[in-house]
Design a protein around this ligand. Structure first.
Ligand code: NAD
Ligand code: UGA
Length: 464
């Protein structure tokens, strides 16, 4: 079976870059990415490709090559579903904020809406691909909806979880460690559908990196991968606190431990806590699934990864207060970085938000500089917490476009994101314009301690 038309529902951080790369690599396939968010689609279609809604290194080049040729962005979801042979569902699956499973389970309402829409519109057979991260066995629910509310056409459901990380999305898509495709491999039709998707990826990915499994293994592997990755960060962060008490340095420990090839060196960088839209939600989802099967020890084991992460953010903020003579009331604290990691404009679950909230509760004044995050986003992140009024957030938090302005007259500077440019600043100039003693808190172990102490900073870094 040769796929000619692809539709992707959801033009977000996954749908946009993933489909742009598929379109670039498969010029004979028409790829239409649809979304109900009109502003987002408008931005994807902006004449100036630098204005696309997602910042990812290299993405604008891929989009400019394929857009208008075989890559289209649209709000006409029905038309795209109707024309497609293969439909990717790449909508958001956030943590539920209401009802049963509140604060833990994945909210599948957007997924269900997609399924119902596909069922209503489709007049010929379709392959439906789960691209979103979903609880194991969601494919069964999808099939149920499609088969029972549809127009009698046949559906094959595949699971094809996405492993890209933000900030490196294009590289990860071009050269992934593996591509995972789960399908109904016990049937001929299921195998054909799996093969159709394998053929798409085989345009640029060696076949030995394309792994096929049953649907449930594929769905569960995605949650497992994120849980393992996040666990590594929480493990090294747990050690960072012990390092601070003992004179060990977490970077040295991390290097020494990571050189054991059984452990490996990646994902052992201590930080002010992991953020991003997925680790927390996916682990909570896993914990909820384990609990729902009565597997309480399994649930508790993974939940600890989240508890450690919460602790890491909190203790970074608490240390700022303690070091500044137990009060930050009315003191100006400059934040360098707001995004949850470098090279992205995404701020979802960024540690900076929680550190800011803690310090605002202590009546600090905060000035933020981030190279890619817009002012409105920073206020929206704080407002979302509902900790204080929107007016108060705007009174107490200032967002500036210039790092030196952020640090001017500050009592302390805190590095919250590991943007490369931060180390290259004129730190003497920053020091000269700060109040003394000038405190510097490095939540990313990015800055050179020796140089900063020579300038005169009172320097604190996570894990040493
Ligand atoms: P996102 O919020 O950036 O994008 C989702 C988009 O879906 C939004 O633009 C939203 O308007 C749209 N949408 C929701 N319901 C819709 C509907 N019924 N019809 C049309 N459009 C609809 O989310 P994301 O970061 O791209 O994540 C999507 C999924 O991919 C999630 O399940 C996430 O866990 C998973 N994932 C994310 C990443 C990542 O790095 N962000 C990586 C791997 C997997
Ligand atoms: C993560 C996974 O890495 C992807 O494989 C996965 O597809 C994605 O989640 C998802 O499912 O959404 P992402 O959240 O974009 O990707 O970014 P990461 O690079 O994993 O970073 C997550 C957080 O962990 C960041 O806040 C980062 O600063 C932090 N981190 C990461 C550390 O503190 N230390 C590390 O060593 C690595």
């Amino acid at each position: 079976m040769k796929i000619k038309n692809i539709c992707c529902i959801g033009a977000g951080y996954v749908g946009g870059p993933t489909m742009a790369v598929i379109a670039q690599k498969c010029p004979e396939i028409n790829v239409t990415v649809v979304d109900i968010n009109e502003k987002r689609i408008e931005a994807w279609n902006d004449e100036d490709v630098e204005n696309i809604p997602i910042y990812e290194p290299g993405l604008s080049d891929v989009v400019s090559e394929a857009r208008g040729r075989n890559l289209f962005f649209s709000t006409d979801v029905d038309a795209a579903i109707d024309q497609a042979d293969m439909i990717f569902i790449s909508v958001n699956t956030p943590t539920k904020t209401y009802g049963i499973g509140k604060g833990m389970a994945a909210d599948l309402k957007y997924i269900e809406l997609c399924a119902r829409q596909i069922a209503r519109v489709a007049k010929d057979d379709k392959i439906v691909v789960e691209k979103s991260t979903l609880p194991v066995r969601t494919a069964q629910a999808l099939k149920n909806i499609l088969d029972n509310t549809g127009n009698g056409v046949n559906y094959q459901i595949l699971s094809n979880p996405e492993f890209l990380a933000e900030g490196t999305a294009v590289d990860d898509l071009m050269d992934p460690d593996r591509v995972l495709i789960g399908g109904d491999i016990d049937t001929e039709e299921g195998n054909e559908a799996v093969q159709a998707l394998v053929d798409i990826y085989a345009h640029w990915i060696p076949e030995d990196k394309i792994l096929t499994t049953n649907v449930w293994s594929s769905e569960l592997s995605k949650l497992t991968a994120n849980a393992f990755l996040a666990q590594r960060v929480s493990s090294i962060n747990a050690m960072s606190e012990l390092c601070e008490k003992t004179g060990a340095d977490v970077s040295e420990v991390s290097k020494a431990v990571g050189m054991d090839s059984r452990i490996g060196s990646k994902f052992l960088k201590s930080s002010v806590g992991f953020g991003g839209s997925c680790f927390q939600k996916d682990i909570l989802n896993l914990v909820y699934i384990a609990k729902s099967f009565g597997l309480n020890e399994v649930a508790d084991y993974w939940h600890q990864v989240i508890l450690m992460n919460d602790h890491q953010k909190k203790r970074f903020a608490a240390n700022i207060v303690k070091t500044l003579f137990n009060t930050v009331s009315g003191k100006k604290i400059a934040f360098l970085g707001w995004a949850f990691k470098k090279d992205t404009n995404d701020t979802r679950e960024s540690s900076a938000i929680y550190v800011a909230d803690y310090l605002l509760n202590e009546q600090a004044e905060i000035v933020v500089y981030d190279p890619k995050v817009k002012k409105e986003q920073i206020y929206a992140d704080l407002d979302y917490l509902n900790s204080r009024s929107e007016e108060e957030n705007r009174q107490r938090v200032t967002v500036v476009n210039q790092p030196y302005e952020a640090c001017q007259d500050a009592h302390a500077v805190a590095v919250l994101t590991e943007w490369d440019e931060f180390e290259g600043y004129d730190w003497q100039k920053i020091y000269d314009n700060m109040l003394k003693p000038a405190f510097l808190f490095d939540g990313r172990k990015l800055l050179d301690r020796k140089k900063k102490e020579e300038i005169g900073f009172e320097f604190y870094a996570i894990g040493s």
